[in-house]
Design a protein around this ligand. Structure first.
Ligand SMILES: [Zn+2]
Length: 231
């Protein structure tokens, strides 16, 4: 029988937006599907810096590069000389090879986790700053990890990340005009601004909430019925 129960993961917010561009992610999924077992690649990462604060606000993986490697059912071993070849080629094109700061690999049909071999590989990829690692599988599970090497090696094993879809030219304008012509928005109070007993009372008075819905909201908010008197 198929087990539909999956362990609930709780990726943490690393305090910086982490994204993988859609085309790069598509390459990784294609290589993941082509491989019988494991496969790995190196990702190019752009730092997005806030001009006012000079702080990094996002790390964006913009592309993945495949290097020569030996792979098996449960191992992937990149050829160091071919990694060196990639670095030389990037530098020759005037591209800063230090931006190769993402190691992605697939576990094939196995589950996603950080194995002892992965730990060794990540330690071996140590630079003086940081590294993103992404482990995926054929089932489209994926975990992103952020390692910091300086001043000491520490990491977040499961960080929040997302796929970044490129903005299609003209799409925002087209969506806006269609939205304006079809969507009528009545005046409403945003939930996060005023969502206390008073707004619930108003909603009930307007007939926007049934008594059952009101009970649900009260329970969710952890409020007592008495706070809403005279209901
Ligand atoms: Zn692994």
């Amino acid at each position: 029988m198929q087990n539909l129960q999956r362990t609930q993961r709780q990726p943490v917010d690393a305090g910086v937006k982490i994204q993988v561009e859609a085309t790069a992610m598509q390459k990784l999924w294609l290589w993941t599907d082509m491989a019988k077992g494991e496969v790995s690649c190196l990702g190019f990462v752009d730092e997005v810096v806030n001009a006012d604060t000079n702080c990094i606000t996002a790390l964006v993986v913009t592309d993945f590069f495949l290097v020569k490697q030996n792979c098996s059912y449960d191992e992937t071993d990149m050829d160091p000389s071919d990694v060196a070849r990639l670095i030389t080629e990037l530098e020759a094109k005037g591209i800063d090879s230090r931006k190769l700061r993402c190691w992605a690999h697939s576990h094939g049909s196995m589950s996603v986790f950080w194995s002892g071999q992965d730990e060794t590989c990540i330690s071996g990829l140590a630079n003086s700053e940081w590294l993103l690692s992404l482990v995926v599988n054929k089932r489209r599970d994926a975990i992103m990890r952020l390692d910091q090497y300086h001043p000491s090696h520490m990491y977040l094993a499961d960080v929040q990340w997302e796929v970044k879809f490129p903005l299609v030219e003209g799409l925002a304008e087209a969506c806006m005009s269609e939205f304006k012509s079809k969507v009528q928005e009545v005046a409403f109070v945003p939930r996060n601004r005023d969502y206390g007993p008073a707004s619930l009372r108003n909603a009930k008075e307007r007939g926007a909430l049934t008594m059952d819905q009101l009970e649900d909201e009260l329970e969710w908010l952890g409020l007592d019925r008495d706070e809403l008197e005279p209901f």
